[in-house]
Write a protein that binds this ligand. Structure first.
Ligand SMILES: Nc1ncnc2c1ncn2[C@@H]1O[C@H](COP(=O)(O)OP(=O)(O)OP(=O)(O)O)[C@@H](O)[C@H]1O
Length: 236
């Protein structure tokens, strides 16, 4: 089936991305469809994090429209946000695991918070997502006993728990050595190949050269799209 015949997972129309009352990006219009892999680039302070935060309803959208995984972000109620967060996975640069809970407890915490209650199903899903990210046997380890790359894999496993339609990743390899970073990118590509869309903010231009894909770029308060615009990949 042609993936573009389905409704897009993300649809932004004339969206204004704001921090406080400062406009960071104006009139952003773009779509992301099922199974797409999209890089989000642009210089520091250009608005990548702000755009991602708006997509997962951590920053309000006061002007324009955004639909994400079936939710109208421009009119989403606070009580609906947890339901949106079950349809999207979020991965940050700083791993944001609870340091005082082991890996299994970190993942079970999210499952409980997102409506899981059958302990047998939870255990199975826990094992599944850890296998998926290439970590079979770390459930009993504390985050500080893992390398940075392993911690990021746990975070990706956590983001996959509820089978999201899209992963939003904000500089997910920013704290990792180049080799480890490449492994994490490979994991995102593999997850993407199995059907999950990915929008990844990155400063890592090696990725774009080695694994070319569609690019959105925050530039001078606008959002450029490699599907429509001429984009310079190297010059921020
Ligand atoms: N919490 C905040 N309150 C007010 N302004 C903010 C806040 N966070 C970011 N900004 C401002 O919003 C603009 C966009 O920042 P943003 O973090 O979205 O950029 P970025 O492209 O993600 O940068 P980086 O590559 O450094 O992560 C910048 O001018 C920044 O100073």
């Amino acid at each position: 089936m042609n993936p573009f015949s389905e409704a897009p997972i993300v649809e932004a129309k004339n969206a204004y991305i704001l921090q406080e009352y400062q406009t960071v990006i104006s009139k952003a219009s773009f779509e992301i469809h099922k199974g797409e892999f999209v890089y989000l680039i642009g210089r520091t302070g250009g608005g990548k994090s702000s755009l991602l935060k708006t997509l997962y309803a951590d920053l309000p959208l006061r002007s324009g429209e955004m639909n994400v995984a079936g939710f109208h972000i421009h009119k989403i109620k606070r009580s609906e946000i947890p339901f949106l967060r079950r349809k999207v996975g979020i991965v940050f640069q700083d791993f944001q695991l609870f340091p005082d809970r082991n890996v299994a407890e970190n993942l079970l915490f999210v499952m409980k918070a997102t409506g899981w209650h059958d302990s047998g199903k939870m255990k199975n899903r826990l094992a599944e997502v850890l296998m998926r990210v290439g970590l079979g046997s770390v459930g009993n380890k504390m985050p500080h006993q893992l390398s940075g790359g392993e911690q990021q894999r746990v975070v990706i496993a956590r983001a996959l728990i509820n089978e999201p339609q899209i992963l939003f990743a904000d500089e997910p390899t920013g704290n990792l050595d180049p080799e480890v970073a490449e492994g994490i990118l490979q994991l995102f590509l593999e997850i993407n190949r199995s059907g999950t869309a990915v929008l990844m903010a990155t400063h890592n231009h090696t990725f774009l050269q080695a694994h070319p894909a569609r690019v959105l770029k925050c530039q001078n308060g606008k959002l450029l799209d490699s599907q429509k615009d001429e984009i310079s990949l190297t010059n921020d």
